[in-house]
Design a binder for this molecule. Structure first.
Ligand SMILES: [Zn+2]
Length: 718
């Protein structure tokens, strides 16, 4: 995909909502439309989230969505094909625990005094202070007072003393995952420590009764149990905005009532559910006459055994990022849900190993998965990935694909919205070696953008260019000597920015040392295109307008969203929700007439102030004794090109462009010390009306918020 596709809202999973980064549906749709035909089979080999699946079905394609992590697939399956677990929960609740039912036994773990009336009531959750190692606050549901919050009391604390941090419950849960003498046993202990001892006791009881349920009940309860395992860790803050990343509890964390949480999760079963077509095997999928989904828990080496040769036109995916905390949790949860003797769980145990949690390991894992899957691709197949604009991710993913001899077709990047890369298979043009390979590329990128550019965009553009030759593959395949390939690549990228032809004009923004200006700055070109598009079509859906603008700026020319948004806002107003049109005053004829009027005013005012006024192609000049004193450049846009081409002058623009110009000046580090002045059409008109105008009072009209337009000055002038 040559042009940037902005993200749309990610479809939500029912479980672990924030846990899985995914491909935005809009990106998946664009890739599928561009590279496949209806009826084709698409592969997402590292499925995470719903974006690719939804896009494929909407466009009448069939999809294989696979992952080595059964936790991803359980969350997806529970969202797409929810199962009612209410009767299974009743069976679990009724299981005997000593002389009680399991439900009553578990509720007792959370009985406490209501902080308001003192009656026995049920704690919903506790807020812990990590450093003190105990809860300080409880949220209680009282039959009389309702839900209320109060301090922990002495009884609550003495109740907690019953639990031994590494007691029986701990080791029973541990034994459900791994042998105590296994080399990764300590990692499992770390995961278990992300549960309070009371939570461990409750989960241990639930799992021992869960195991005894029928296969159907177990299957129905797994999604709710998974959600409970997740939300009952000590890793969640009371006011969480993003998914926790490690295994270390935050300073304040929540301890939930495990049984209430499980009941709550079961009750979230949707009353109406969409029923998407699904098949169990890849063979069924290929023979299916209609679009369908095949979800598989399988690493690439298992997947390839089931895929026909040269059958797939497209892989679309979000690359798996190294997430040691989440992977360890996944391994433990999967063992609890399916038992440790399960083949799905076997794939996951190696993920407990910490050495796999680095990019050095991960790029090779992605690279070998891509290599393994290649026989299933058609010769003209494409691989498309979407991921965050993060330097480490871009480097590693590009190195991974290069190691699998995939050639970069296109890479587009928006620092805030992410990266989209398209690769193809094929013969790679060989590069001239890896020494100093980056410098001419970075220079070229800056020349083409013609404006100072963020380091992340330059690095992405550089890596894309290296991925179009054999340079990246050469690095990926060089023998692991003193420095591993990833380190070699990082060093090459770093040295490309250390060239004398470029410099860091402000932190993380680079520009050419020799400022020769070959063409308009990118932000100006974006503005011209937006005006043209808004003038060519009366009404635009904002998303369509964005896409149309991106179509003019392929690959490394992708402009950042802030420039697009500010420029569109300067020229367009909203007609209805998400629909925009050109402002009335910006229609071509209106602006042309206005510019003519402004030119005329400058021609008239000049002589009044003792200048000779002459009109040139772009400007009005005021001369004194044949010497040019003022050059007025009149334009209806906020283009800054004129300011870059001459040392000094007066830029005459409509007042409606002031905000956009201000924004462009703020991001143009080159113009920080400019001698240019700005004159708004409105200020010029005001000056023209003053009968006693002098050069001194005329100068009060200069600026984006000039003195002439401020009330105090007007009074003074009268
Ligand atoms: Zn009460």
């Amino acid at each position: 995909m040559q042009h940037f596709i902005p993200s749309d809202a990610l479809p939500r999973l029912r479980l672990l909502r924030q846990a899985f980064p995914g491909v935005p549906s809009a990106v998946a749709r664009a890739a599928i439309e561009q590279h496949t035909q209806p009826g084709d089979v698409i592969l997402d080999p590292f499925v995470s989230g719903l974006g690719v699946i939804q896009a494929a079905l909407e466009l009448d394609r069939k999809i294989v969505a696979a992952s080595f992590n059964p936790i991803n697939l359980l969350a997806i399956r529970a969202t797409l094909w929810p199962v009612d677990a209410r009767s299974a929960l009743t069976h679990l609740a009724d299981a005997p625990k000593g002389s009680q039912r399991l439900r009553d036994h578990l509720r007792e773990l959370y009985t406490t005094r209501c902080p308001t009336c003192g009656r026995a009531s049920l704690a919903q959750h506790f807020v812990w202070d990590r450093d003190r190692g105990e809860p300080g606050e409880k949220h209680v549901s009282c039959t009389v007072c309702g839900e209320n919050i109060g301090q922990i009391d002495a009884d609550d604390l003495s109740k907690l003393k019953r639990y031994d941090p590494r007691g029986l419950a701990f080791w029973v849960l541990h034994g459900r995952v791994i042998d105590r003498n296994h080399e990764d046993a300590d990692r499992v202990s770390e995961v278990l420590e992300a549960y309070t001892p009371r939570t461990q006791a409750a989960l241990g009881d639930i799992l021992s009764k869960f195991e005894a349920l029928s296969a159907e009940d177990r299957s129905a309860l797994r999604p709710a149990l998974l959600a409970t395992f997740d939300s009952c860790t000590t890793l969640h803050t009371p006011d969480e905005s993003r998914y926790p990343s490690g295994l270390k509890p935050p300073a304040r964390f929540i301890e939930k009532n495990v049984w209430l949480e499980l009941e709550q999760q079961v009750s979230l079963f949707p009353s109406v559910s969409q029923s998407l077509p699904r098949v169990a095997t890849i063979a069924e999928l290929f023979s299916s006459p209609t679009p369908a989904v095949c979800l598989l828990v399988a690493p690439a080496r298992e997947l390839i055994k089931q895929l026909p040769v040269a059958a797939l036109p497209l892989m679309v995916t979000h690359p798996p990022l190294p997430r040691p905390g989440f992977w360890s949790l996944s391994a433990v949860w999967a063992a609890w849900l399916w038992g440790k003797q399960n083949s799905q769980v076997d794939h996951l145990l190696p993920l407990l190993s910490r050495k796999r949690a680095s990019w050095d390991w991960q790029w090779r894992a992605i690279g070998s998965a891509l290599t393994v899957l290649q026989p299933a691709l058609r010769p003209d197949a494409r691989t498309v990935m979407s991921f965050p604009a993060d330097e480490a991710i871009i480097e590693s993913v590009l190195l991974a694909a290069a190691s699998a001899h995939e050639v970069v077709d296109h890479l587009t990047c928006d620092p805030h919205d992410g990266v989209r890369v398209t690769w193809r298979l094929g013969v790679i043009p060989s590069s001239a070696g890896t020494k100093n390979l980056g410098q001419p590329i970075v220079q070229h990128l800056l020349l083409e953008r013609a404006e100072p550019t963020q380091a992340i965009l330059l690095k992405a553009g550089l890596l894309a260019a290296l991925g179009q030759t054999s340079a990246l593959a050469d690095i990926a395949h060089q023998p692991d000597g003193e420095s591993p390939p990833l380190a070699v690549l990082r060093a090459a990228v770093k040295s490309a920015l250390e060239d004398r032809s470029i410099f860091e004009i402000e932190p993380q923004v680079w520009w050419l040392t020799d400022q020769a200006l070959a063409q308009s700055p990118l932000a100006d070109r974006v503005e011209y295109v937006i005006v043209e598009l808004l003038r060519a079509q009366a009404d635009w859906h904002t998303v369509d307008l964005l896409r149309a603008v991106y179509r003019h700026f392929p690959d490394h020319l992708t402009p950042d969203r802030a420039v697009l948004a500010t420029t569109i806002h300067s020229y367009a107003e909203e007609s209805s929700f998400d629909q925009v049109h050109l402002r009335a005053e910006d229609h071509a004829a209106v602006r042309a007439a206005e510019m003519q009027e402004v030119r005329q005013l400058l021609v008239e005012i000049g002589p009044r102030l003792g200048f000779e006024a002459i009109v040139t192609e772009q400007a009005v000049e005021w001369l004194k004794s044949k010497h040019s004193e003022y050059v007025f450049v009149i334009q209806a846009t906020a283009a800054i090109e004129a300011l870059l081409r001459a040392e000094t002058g007066v830029l005459v623009i409509p007042g409606g462009r002031a905000t956009l110009l201000q924004y462009k000046l703020a991001r143009a580090a080159r113009l920080r010390d400019t001698h240019w002045k700005v004159l708004k059409f409105s200020s010029l008109r005001q000056a023209a009306q003053q009968s006693d105008l002098t050069l001194q009072t005329f100068q009060l009209a200069f600026g984006l918020e000039p003195p002439i337009e401020q009330p105090a000055t007007q009074i003074q002038l009268l």
